[in-house]
Design a protein around this ligand. Structure first.
Ligand code: SAH
Ligand code: SF4
Length: 364
């Protein structure tokens, strides 16, 4: 028997083609798409305007599959984290951050990460694999399920914004990320505007142009250092794509203007990258780019080499950047108590499976 395919995650044009090849008229794609991504149904039986025999046929060929929630945690600040299990047993996490005027879902693009940024816990975990488009869209759908946010509301959504800032480097899984975001942006389904989506990269320069041209979402760049020698250490990818190339790619990123700025992320590491000289060099480096600087207090993890800068140092750094004309908000750490803050993802589940492993080894 051939395995059924998950219909979630198939690009709209590919689905239309598959249907036409199977003798299903084109207008059915639109209807089925609406049921899947606007209404959020989980069974072909719940599509009443689709003839019974076609529902049967669809059910014979496809499933409507979401990742399984193997653990759901909620922080004292309302942040939620879901550990999701995929069909092969691999796991990744996504996080929902509620704010007064919006709710942001932080999606993962890979299980683990091949890059080894010194301050990032995810970077210490070896990459297991890229996530598929279905697994990326699935994270969004699981969050929408949790808030019972179907059919797609036109306003006041719990899941109103996306940041591709979870586990993994999204531009190392470009095809699947692009496919997933196009599904999420489709106006007849989940319908999230590209302006509500931000993709964060550690600086995969050759893919940044394609990201702008083919997906067109907002760009965040994990800068973290303003000199190549330091950035080579903190973000080793810098050895391949140094600051000059990175900043040039930011300058030409399509669609950037004063209303759509590039976000530069800068993790505040005590005594490493947080001096006034660094702040002034940062301003010089990005001059002319419509940008805002997001200062991220370092989130420590066991055996990490760094400490977070003091609040006074962060304030002084922020002030220099602000006075040079850039918005320089300090990112409030959210969900630290459930290990959901930046750079902490997957750590809990890895630690748990290790302890599980040792208890198994001990014959418990
Ligand atoms: N791989 C992508 C996106 C995921 S990381 C990237 O690197 O941009 C999301 C953000 O969290 C990045 O800016 C990353 O540098 C930052 N980050 C990683 N570890 C952190 C930590 N321990 N404390 C604070 N921020 C961290
Ligand atoms: Fe990977 Fe981003 Fe962490 Fe660097 S900061 S190791 S690119 S997830």
């Amino acid at each position: 028997m051939t395995q059924k395919q998950n219909i979630i995650g198939i690009a709209r044009e590919d689905l239309e083609k598959e249907f036409i090849d199977a003798g299903i008229p084109k207008f059915r794609t639109k209807q089925i798409w609406h049921w899947l991504y606007f209404q959020g149904v989980r069974s072909f039986e719940d599509m009443p305007n689709i003839p019974k025999d076609l529902r049967q046929k669809l059910g014979d060929s496809y499933t409507i599959h979401r990742p399984e929630v193997s653990k759901a945690l909620i922080s004292v600040d309302g942040t939620q984290k879901w550990l999701l299990k995929f069909v092969d047993g691999e796991e990744a996490e996504c996080v929902h951050i509620p704010e007064v005027d919006r709710g942001t879902i932080c999606l993962s693009s890979q299980v683990g990460c091949t890059l080894t940024c010194k301050f990032c816990h995810t970077g210490t975990q070896k990459l297991v694999r890229n996530l598929t488009a279905a697994e990326i869209v699935g994270q969004m759908m699981v969050a929408r399920d949790a808030f019972n946010e179907w059919p797609t509301p036109s306003s006041n959504r719990h899941v109103s914004n996306i940041v591709m800032m979870g586990m993994g480097e999204p531009l190392y899984n470009f095809d699947n990320v692009a496919k997933a975001l196009k599904i999420i942006m489709d106006p007849e389904g989940i319908s999230l505007s590209k302006r509500k989506i931000t993709l964060s990269t550690s600086g995969v320069v050759p893919m940044m142009d394609r990201c702008g041209e083919e997906i067109g979402v907002n760009l965040a760049v994990s800068l973290h250092a303003v000199r190549d020698d330091l950035r080579n250490t903190l973000v080793p990818l810098n050895k391949k794509y140094p600051l000059k190339d990175l900043i040039d790619a930011c300058r030409r990123y399509p669609g950037v203007n004063n209303a759509n700025r590039i976000t530069f992320e800068y993790v505040m590491l005590k005594g490493i990258n947080d001096t006034n000289v660094d702040a002034k060099e940062l301003v010089r480096l990005i001059r002319g780019i419509p940008a805002k600087i997001n200062l991220i207090p370092f989130n420590p993890w066991p055996s990490s080499d760094y400490e977070c800068s003091t609040p006074e140092r962060i304030a002084a750094f922020s002030d220099i950047v602000f006075k040079a004309g850039y918005s320089s908000p300090v990112r409030t750490p959210r969900g630290r108590d459930i290990l959901a803050a930046c750079g902490q993802l997957k750590s809990e589940s890895v630690r748990q499976s290790k302890s599980l492993l040792s208890s198994l080894n001990a014959g418990i």
